[in-house]
Design a protein around this ligand. Structure first.
Ligand SMILES: Cc1cc2nc3c(=O)[nH]c(=O)nc-3n(C[C@H](O)[C@H](O)[C@H](O)COP(=O)(O)OP(=O)(O)OC[C@H]3O[C@@H](n4cnc5c(N)ncnc54)[C@H](O)[C@@H]3O)c2cc1C
Length: 301
């Protein structure tokens, strides 16, 4: 009770939250506390408090690349999606970590700043996209980052693009306890109508190739050196295969769909099934892009 009271003094906090509503694949048990900081100062105070009382936490954005476990999360989740804002200076844009990529793209088009059209339709926050080095259609976040401001051991630090160690769907953030607060993007001046046209083309390609309108967490596996995970799963003849209420999309085999009552256990089982088939039949090791967060059912850590 005391912890909840202290958290609510720092920022908006809810307790005993259904985590199904916190991630795009609508899976998960109960989150003990979920905090929604709205400013850098609130994140700073929150992290200081949690560190001082030695309480475990996990930071996330829109939950479009993570899956909460059926057993929930028994400590503090920090959801960044309410910390939003952008400021434009010439061809640069300062963006707060919780800003939606869609919102960012709409503003970039209005300001005549191009380069990030590839990200149109990715449903994440800027912080999540930086952590994952999100990418599509030959573009990726790393190409636009000048600086990233992070919270590190109670101090705000400014990291350069090089210091972020960006790689395919990976950055230093994933392998550390750093929290992304703000970023400086560098873009190119471009015709507003051209930017809008490119965004629409990208979005239409997504509509044509991905199971838009279904409940999913984006690509389940990373691309391999040989070919895309979707093509590999398709060639294994696994489109439409289902375990529990999780099904491999018949439109794009790297998207696994929650048909309504899917659980993280179903998803783990389907992932393992696909990995075994890929290894046995094609000698290919598939590696997950999505990340599981929390306790499996029956564990109480
Ligand atoms: C329909 C659909 C299509 C998608 N298409 C693409 C695509 O084309 N390309 C692509 O790369 N991805 C795609 N994704 C995956 C996902 O949208 C991206 O990875 C996105 O950038 C994740 O952002 P998020 O805010 O949802 O992050 P979350 O899922 O909330 O978190 C992802 C990771 O980022 C960390 N994180 C989030 N915010 C912060 C922060 N402020 N500080 C520190 N760590 C943080 C989390 O701890 C976690 O490790 C798609 C997903 C869906 C559902």
């Amino acid at each position: 009770m005391a912890v909840f009271d202290e958290l609510t003094k720092i920022c908006e906090t809810r307790k005993n939250v259904s985590l199904k509503n916190m991630c795009s694949i609508h899976i998960g048990g109960i989150g003990k506390y979920v905090c929604f900081p709205k400013s850098i100062n609130e994140v700073y105070c929150l992290l200081n408090y949690l560190t001082a009382i030695n309480l475990e936490y996990y930071v996330f954005g829109n939950g479009t690349n993570i899956v909460f476990e059926d057993g929930g999360y028994n400590s503090v989740l920090i959801c960044m999606r309410k910390m939003q804002g952008m400021r434009f200076v010439k061809n640069n844009c300062y963006v707060l970590a919780g800003t939606n990529l869609l919102e960012l793209n709409n503003k970039l088009a209005k300001h005549g700043l191009g380069g990030m059209e590839w990200s149109y339709g990715i449903p994440g926050t800027v912080g999540g996209a930086i952590c994952m080095n999100a990418g599509a259609f030959a573009g990726c976040m790393a190409n636009h980052i000048k600086y990233v401001w992070v919270l590190c051991d109670g101090k705000i630090k400014r990291l350069t693009n090089k210091q972020m160690h960006f790689d395919y769907r990976s950055s230093i953030i994933q392998h550390s306890k750093l929290v992304v607060l703000k970023v400086l993007l560098t873009l190119e001046h471009s015709e507003k109508s051209e930017i809008k046209q490119k965004q629409n083309d990208i979005f239409n390609q997504r509509l044509n190739t991905q199971p838009y309108g279904t409940i999913n967490a984006g690509s389940v596996f990373k691309k391999t050196n040989l070919e895309s995970a979707g093509k590999i799963i398709d060639k294994l003849g696994l489109k439409g295969v289902k375990i529990g209420d999780i099904q491999i999309s018949s439109k794009h085999a790297n998207f696994f769909i929650n048909l309504g009552n899917g659980t993280s256990e179903d998803l783990h089982n389907l992932i393992n099934f696909v990995k075994i088939r890929a290894k046995q039949e094609k000698n290919i090791f598939l590696q997950e892009e999505i990340m599981f967060v929390g306790n499996k059912k029956g564990t109480n850590i």
